[in-house]
Design a protein around this ligand. Structure first.
Ligand code: NAX
Length: 325
């Protein structure tokens, strides 16, 4: 039998962790041929929730699930991790200053990054879900200097999937007919969902839908979709976020070369300053994300990309000033 893949989930006692772990244990992330060992990291207040989820995992008797371990110590939870989903964070709450938000997350993602650098497997792949996801990924990456920078990513797959779903609905097309959608920049309201290079059943998307919609209401709807879900559902996105995290890792590990979106450490592609964790159009080739290069960027797109990247640069500057990098 195959050696189990160790998957560490932080914030495992919370909602997204709960929605993700059963699907991961059933093989939806790594495939039906890959046994999984789950390591659940929580803070003491979240431990009962994680323990309860672990009991339910046992009750599923998943054939692929080789074990479940709980810890509140990052050194233990990341030991031998091949995949790390960093879900637990301190998201912004009403009235919170940016400095407070970044400081609270620096205290989480600095030590977790260091523990990943010291204890994870040599092939570790990290996906940050907890907000502010891009900058949390940057902080973690900077604390793991011996891990190749390209192994630290932040999730923009939920934004990507939202964009694909809304574009398909507008065009009256099937989701599988949509290709080439891209999310640029920060996983925040400044993000730029870009359909300039997208196709719908092989036709240019901008010939199928109204370009004014694609560059107006569509961009705003995708960027505000999280708020829309909160408004309608009375709570933040959970199952769709877990699904996006699973698809991000699935495509990264088993990638088929299809274009999707992920936030990666910039190497200066498309003028994004080096080192920022920015979303790009990407494809996974041989288990590594590659930025899709050579796309034409028109004036509208340039302005939107630059605005979101400027926000990332400002977050990095703030984190530097707080001594968190
Ligand atoms: P919950 O509050 O349900 O769960 C978070 C869990 O993390 C809690 O159980 C908490 O005890 C734990 N936690 C906090 N600090 C920790 C630490 N240092 N180590 C380990 N665990 C820790 O939130 P949930 O709905 O699961 O959302 C989790 C995060 O995902 C939030 O930051 C949220 O903003 C973010 N999201 C990110 C999305 C994305 O696309 N990137 C979309 C959905 C979601 O908003």
């Amino acid at each position: 039998t195959a050696i189990p893949t160790t998957v560490t989930i932080t914030g495992a006692g919370g909602q997204i962790g709960y929605a993700a772990m059963f699907r991961i244990a059933s093989g939806a992330m790594l495939g039906a041929d890959r046994p999984v060992r789950l390591r659940l990291l929580e803070i003491p207040q979240g431990m009962r929730g994680a323990e309860g989820a672990a009991l339910e995992l046992a009750d599923c008797a998943f054939p692929l699930l080789a074990g479940v371990e709980l810890s509140d110590d990052p050194a233990v939870a990341f030991d031998g991790a091949n995949v790390a989903l960093l879900v637990g964070s301190r998201p912004r709450t009403a009235g919170m200053e940016r400095g407070e938000l970044l400081a609270a997350n620096g205290a989480i993602f600095g030590p977790q990054g260091r523990a990943i650098g010291e204890h994870a497997a040599a092939d570790v792949r990290v996906a940050v879900v907890g907000n502010p996801a891009n900058t949390n990924a940057l902080i973690a990456q900077q604390h793991a200097p011996d891990v190749p920078a390209e192994r630290f990513t932040a999730l923009t797959r939920l934004d990507h999937n939202r964009a694909v779903g809304l574009l398909a609905a507008e065009a009256g097309a099937r989701v599988e007919e949509i290709a080439g959608v891209a999310i640029w920049g920060n996983h925040s309201a400044t993000q730029y969902p870009d359909v300039s290079h997208a196709t719908i059943a092989g036709r240019a998307a901008l010939e199928v839908v109204d370009p004014a919609w694609a560059r107006g209401a569509f961009v705003e709807r995708v960027a505000q979709r999280g708020a829309e879900i909160i408004e309608v559902r009375g709570g933040s996105s959970v199952a769709s976020a877990a699904n996006a995290a699973i698809e991000h890792v699935r495509d990264w590990v088993r990638g088929d070369g299809a274009v999707t979106s992920a936030a990666l450490v910039s190497r200066g592609e498309y003028g994004v300053p080096e080192g920022l964790v920015s979303s790009f159009p990407v494809r996974s080739v041989n288990g590594a994300w590659e930025v899709v290069e050579g796309l034409g960027i028109d004036t509208f797109s340039r302005g939107r990309i630059d605005a979101s990247v400027a926000e990332l640069a400002a977050e990095r500057e703030a984190v530097r000033e707080l001594g968190l990098l």
